[in-house]
Design a protein around this ligand. Structure first.
Ligand code: SF4
Length: 320
């Protein structure tokens, strides 16, 4: 088969380093900002500093991203990590074309603070570029305490842009977390990063997502995450029910069969035909999350943050 586009680039990417289970590849990047057309999310632009993610969460929906590169084994996503070249000047030119006030999500199909970041620092370079501009709404999603390394830099970026760090904590049960997110940092380490960011005045929230039916969806389980998030200084709390597209289902189902065989039938009834749960279950969970949010006095979901100190004085921005 003749490979084209991103698949050709992936096939030609030289290997940089191999660890026991992970290999890193060098990959040119034509652009860093990607347009998001989904109606389900609040942002219009995405930045993914890496392709693939070593954390290997069993429910990860982002495995599809490797299929574009003709890497069809869903486990390639966690074993073949592509490091995108970052060019600050080219990125700033790209960014300058975006209207001020746009929402940009960093880490929608990869974790921007996965282990590769320690070595390659692409996420940090992106933040350094943002520290030279002002006027965007940035959201960073991660499961890693490594984000605390950039607390000072994030504080500076927060003077210029609206910034929210969304730490994903699906459960505070360490054993369960190790099963479903085998290579991701422990929940208590993630929460320690929330504490460090909060101390620096960086807005951090905790997102309990995905919520897994019959595994992490009880009031007690969600409440425990919220309570720990509050103690760590998180400003917001939220959560969404899992969806399992084919790339995730191929990994999640064998995981259930091996670890939770009694749940297989219930999951198959719901996810064999559709990636999304329907009926009143998602609604009940959304209400449960909202109740817990109120219980601990977290900010409301669409809380309007205080304007950053160096937010540009552009009359156009009143439109947002
Ligand atoms: S941290 Fe996010 S991107 Fe990485 S494997 Fe887990 S769900 Fe996927």
């Amino acid at each position: 088969m003749k490979l084209v586009g991103i698949a050709k680039m992936a096939a030609e990417s030289p290997s940089l380093q191999a660890k026991n289970r992970v290999e890193y590849f060098d990959m040119p990047a034509r652009t860093f900002l990607a347009r998001c057309y989904s109606e389900r999310v609040p942002f219009r632009w995405m930045i993914n500093p890496y392709r693939g993610c070593e954390f290997g969460c069993k429910y990860c929906y982002a495995r599809y991203a490797h299929e574009f590169m003709e890497l069809r084994d869903p486990l390639d996503f966690e074993r073949r990590i592509f490091i995108k070249h970052f060019d600050t000047d080219a990125f700033l030119k790209e960014l300058a074309k975006l209207p001020l006030g746009e929402r940009i999500a960093i880490g929608t199909a990869t974790d921007p603070y996965q282990p590769a970041e320690r070595r390659y620092g692409i996420t940090r370079s992106i933040l350094e570029a943002f520290a030279r501009t002002a006027g965007y709404r940035l959201g960073i999603t991660t499961k890693s305490q490594l984000v605390a390394r950039d607390a000072e830099l994030l504080k500076e970026v927060s003077r210029r842009h609206f910034v929210t760090i969304s730490m994903t904590v699906t459960t505070i049960d360490r054993e369960l977390a190790r099963e479903i997110e085998p290579m991701a940092p422990r929940p208590d380490l993630r929460l320690s990063a929330v504490r460090a960011l909060s101390r620096h005045g960086v807005r951090a929230t905790v997102f309990c997502a995905p919520i897994l039916p019959l595994l992490t969806d009880t009031d007690a389980s969600l409440d425990a995450v919220a309570k720990a998030a509050r103690a760590a200084g998180a400003r917001g709390f939220g959560g969404n029910v899992v969806f399992l597209k084919p790339c995730a289902w191929q990994v999640f189902l064998p995981f259930l069969e091996q670890n939770y065989p009694l749940l297989v039938r219930r999951y198959r009834e719901r996810f064999d035909r559709s990636a999304y749960l329907r009926g009143d279950y998602p609604q009940r969970i959304a209400e449960r999350v909202a109740r817990i949010r109120r219980r601990y006095g977290f900010e409301e979901r669409f809380y309007e943050q205080q304007e950053p100190e160096l937010w540009p004085r552009d009359p156009q921005l009143t439109l947002f």
